[in-house]
Design a protein around this ligand. Structure first.
Ligand SMILES: Cc1cc2nc3c(=O)[nH]c(=O)nc-3n(C[C@H](O)[C@H](O)[C@H](O)COP(=O)(O)O)c2cc1C
Length: 269
């Protein structure tokens, strides 16, 4: 299938007017500014049925699901022919949404072996709009999808309600960057190059403790200067404790800062 150069944005949220939609729309705004045609697709309108992992495994050769699935047909056609892919997911239980995962699993089953998406530019967004937990773990299945399908993904965007405005701006910039790559697919020379490319992307390799440290930093960002400074000192203390090998004490301090940040953030709302 040829590519139409379009940057498509998938909103993997059942909520058509939520934060996922806003972030994906911002990415497409940036892409449009870079001159690319764009299309935003609500996955709530195209709910993929669960892959049955049926045997014999004929779909990898037929390149078609044995069971009728119009939603999958539509979404996979859009992905196969696009110039670049933006995929935004809400974070549910520190994880990617089911809407995204059902699509991903069926894409793997049918296309992972023939790899028709080699070199496709891709950009993933996760919005942890509640506690903020899972801002990175919610991104991992999305980037695992990009990696397994051999796409050439740019850095991900972990977003929370605490840094939402900045995240919208960042989505715009990264959408522009994705669009600048959409005129051609650049496949990796081999597995090794691909693994190192993905290892070099930020956030995805963070430990759970480091993810929580990142979240605490975001939770205090929107606070006015005196509160921000006091909490930033708390984070510096947490970093010193961690460097001294006191991981548990460090994480407890991170949680203290996080909770202070959330409380102050909510008082401002
Ligand atoms: C079932 C469920 C689980 C959720 N789990 C988390 C979570 O683990 N971390 C978080 O920060 N927010 C969580 N949230 C909040 C959503 O991430 C937040 O409402 C987000 O804005 C949803 O995206 P939307 O605005 O596109 O609907 C959860 C919401 C639901 C409905």
């Amino acid at each position: 299938m040829g590519t139409d150069g379009k940057v498509i944005g998938l909103v993997a949220s059942p909520n058509r007017t939520g934060r996922t939609d806003q972030l994906v729309a911002a990415a497409l705004n940036g892409a449009a500014r870079a001159g690319a045609p764009t299309e935003l697709i609500q996955m709530a309108d195209y709910v993929v049925a669960a892959c049955k992992d049926c045997l014999p495994w004929v779909c990898k050769d037929n390149l078609k699901c044995t069971y009728e699935d119009e939603a999958f047909e539509y979404l996979s056609r859009q992905i196969l022919t696009c110039g670049a892919l933006v995929l935004g997911t809400p974070v549910y239980w520190w994880d990617t949404s089911g809407l995204a995962k059902y699509l991903i699993l069926k894409m793997f089953r049918i296309y992972a072996l023939s790899a028709p998406l080699q070199g496709l530019p891709a950009f993933g967004i996760a919005i942890a709009g509640g506690t903020g937990n899972g801002l990175v773990s919610g991104l991992r299945p999305v980037y695992h999808f990009f990696q397994m399908m051999q796409m050439r993904a740019i850095e991900p965007l972990p977003a929370t309600r605490f840094n939402f405005e900045a995240a919208v701006e960042r989505a715009d910039k990264l959408g522009e960057k994705t669009a600048a790559m959409a005129d051609q697919r650049l496949p990796f020379a081999g597995l090794e190059e691909r693994l190192l490319w993905y290892d070099a992307l930020p956030y995805l390799s963070l430990s759970r403790a480091a993810e929580r440290r990142l979240l605490a930093g975001l939770a205090i960002q929107a606070l006015p200067s005196p509160e921000n400074t006091a909490n930033a000192l708390g984070l510096a203390r947490a970093d010193a404790l961690s460097a001294a090998g006191k991981s548990l004490d460090s994480l407890i301090e991170v949680t203290r800062v996080y909770e202070a940040g959330v409380k102050a953030f909510e008082e401002k709302q």
